[in-house]
Design a protein around this ligand. Sequence first.
Ligand code: RB5
Length: 147
Amino acid sequence: MKFVIANDHGGIDLQPAVCEKLQELGHEVVHVGTYDKESCDYSDFAVKACEKVINNEADFAILICGTGLGMSISANKIKGIRAACVSEPFSAKMSRAHNNANVLCIGARVIGSELCKMIVEEFAKTPFEGGRHQRRVDKICKIEEEN
Ligand code: RB5
């Protein structure tokens, strides 16, 4: 699968661990910045990565900022994006299995690199279960249409 990775200056330190884990699992990785610690705005990078998911240029995005919160709030404004801000592996797994999340958001000031790698692995290896969960995801899509 193809993953697009984006981070702001607050997430930059965790980005190598994310890319390394995905590559170890055999996935293709594209990093769209930011590339240095100069202060920037997370929403710019959330949009840059999520556009690739929406345009089918990537299967999933992983967004990293200080807390994961700014990235997830921004990403969830984009139609078709289901972003989960996660800081432990169980929620990473369930975000795929039940919510069909297509974006994972992580806080580099919240978790360390080893926990991050476990989260990334759960997210990357877990399929969407469908069934009753599809109905619920369809209702999320309906919210986008109606509001
Ligand atoms: C940047 O200082 C910080 O606010 C950002 O990385 C993120 O944590 C916002 O949600």
